[in-house]
Design a protein around this ligand. Structure first.
Ligand code: FAD
Ligand code: UDP
Length: 374
């Protein structure tokens, strides 16, 4: 039986949910508070230079899931892209993630792989099961590298001591004992040729999808529909009854420059004395394009106030009970499914959002078919 469904949020999660529902014959209304689709992946061309700008920070599509790569490739041309990042620390420029080049340069050595591994092992601290970011870092790379490359950056990024951050955040970056400086280990890495917004517009281009931009929804809006998929913040759906969950927001100071400004797409700034975390030079995220001018954005992280755009769920260790209260309410709420980075209050990459979106719609459609949608 075909259902009338509201999808809140037209980022990657909401768009894929809407498309999968429409492909299954359901009638979908998708709303977004913003004037464009794409959520935090939104890209737009700078009018003067023509450079494709990643409005909410640099986004690189990386996955091991071939099906997901093929899924997005139906809607765009995915351009293969090699992401390597540099970081400025203590007046020198290093390669990230930590690799043999970083180790040798930082310690003034000429180690081979095994020598570097043994050298770092001596500096590592023994935490069998690291309980936080700092312990995970000290167990993996030791104090000198942690203090130089991670401690200051993490304090700036998360606004708290690294001991308050889950250990898994450190695990997002590999540590390598060779000269491979690719930021991501994944086999499939690319960027859509015409940016993410065009890709998401194509996903939403379906006769059974009604897109409403500049439209903010609340929990009250779902009563007109058989079901709602909510990709906004989970705490806002419940009107912050257990208080506001923590998010970090970002601010970007944009500037146009001539030529090539920093010679790479992303330069991080590890020292606590640098007020910003990183600088993105957007044209290097589309190396297949040619532009004389260049656009940079200087990124600064801060606590997210009630009117700011939420970017990163902080998931501080101290927020566990509060989050559990919301998750329990979400499980009990009728006719609504929470999804996406904000709806599940998780750090999710784009490929994971898409996989989750496909899977939850498949589960929903099979429940509808068997007569038991919740
Ligand atoms: P969002 O993109 O946040 O979309 C949610 C949408 O819902 C928004 O458009 C919002 O306006 C709308 N909305 C919210 N509440 C309401 C409401 N009440 N009514 C109407 N609309 C509402 N992932 C990668 O795979 N690779 C990367 O390189 C990468 N880099 C990143 C860099 C940064 C700086 C950040 C912050 C994230 C990065 N990510 C990256 C993660 C990526 O941004 C997310 O995976 C993706 O944006 C999640 O999509 P989403 O649809 O779940 O959420
Ligand atoms: N990080 C750091 N220094 C860097 C880059 C990353 O300390 O130069 C830390 C920071 O805490 C970040 C985490 O490592 O949140 C994971 O890195 P990633 O690039 O995945 O950062 P994010 O997606 O959070 O921006």
């Amino acid at each position: 039986m075909n259902q009338s469904i509201l999808v809140v949020g037209a980022g990657f999660s909401g768009a894929v949910i809407a498309r999968e529902l429409a492909n299954n014959g359901h009638q979908v209304t998708i709303c977004d508070a913003r004037s464009n689709v794409g959520g935090n992946c939104h890209t737009e061309r700078d009018k003067q230079s023509g450079v494709m700008v990643h409005r909410y920070g640099p986004h690189i599509f990386h996955t091991t899931d071939t099906e997901i790569w093929e899924y997005v490739s139906q809607f765009t041309t995915m351009k293969p892209y090699r992401h390597s990042v540099r970081t400025t620390v203590q007046s020198s420029v290093y390669s990230l993630p930590i690799n043999l080049q970083t180790i040798n340069q930082f310690f003034g050595k000429t180690f081979n792989s095994d020598e570097a591994r043994a050298f770092l092992a001596d500096q590592c601290e023994d935490f069998q099961a690291p309980q936080n970011f700092e312990q995970a870092a000290l167990a993996s790379i030791g104090r000198p590298l942690y203090e130089a490359f991670f401690r200051g950056y993490t304090i700036k990024q998360w606004g708290c001591d690294p001991t308050e951050i889950p250990a898994q955040v450190f695990a997002r970056l590999p540590v390598r004992f060779n000269y491979d400086d690719r930021y991501f280990d994944h086999r499939l890495v690319g960027i859509p040729a015409d940016g993410y917004t065009a890709l998401i517009q194509n996903i939403l281009d379906h006769p059974q999808i009604d897109l409403q931009l500049n439209t903010t929804c609340t929990a009250q809006d779902i009563s007109d529909y058989d079901h709602c998929f909510w990709t906004g913040t989970i705490d806002s759906y419940f009107n912050f009854i257990h208080g506001r969950l923590g998010y970090r927001t970002l601010s970007f100071e944009m500037a146009r420059k001539a030529g090539d400004w920093q010679g790479c797409a992303v330069m991080n700034y590890g020292d606590i004395s640098a007020p910003y975390t990183r600088v993105t030079e957007h044209k290097h995220l589309a190396p297949w394009e040619d532009h004389n001018e260049t656009v940079i954005s200087i990124e600064t992280s801060k606590a997210c106030g009630p009117t700011d755009t939420p970017y990163y769920p902080t998931r501080k260790l101290s927020e566990r009970d509060q989050l559990k209260s919301y998750v329990d309410m979400a499980k009990a709420a009728p006719n609504v499914t929470f999804a996406g980075r904000l709806g599940t209050y998780r750090y999710l990459n784009m490929d994971t959002c898409i996989r989750a979106a496909i899977d939850i719609v498949a589960a929903y459609c099979s429940a509808v078919t068997s007569g038991s949608p919740s």
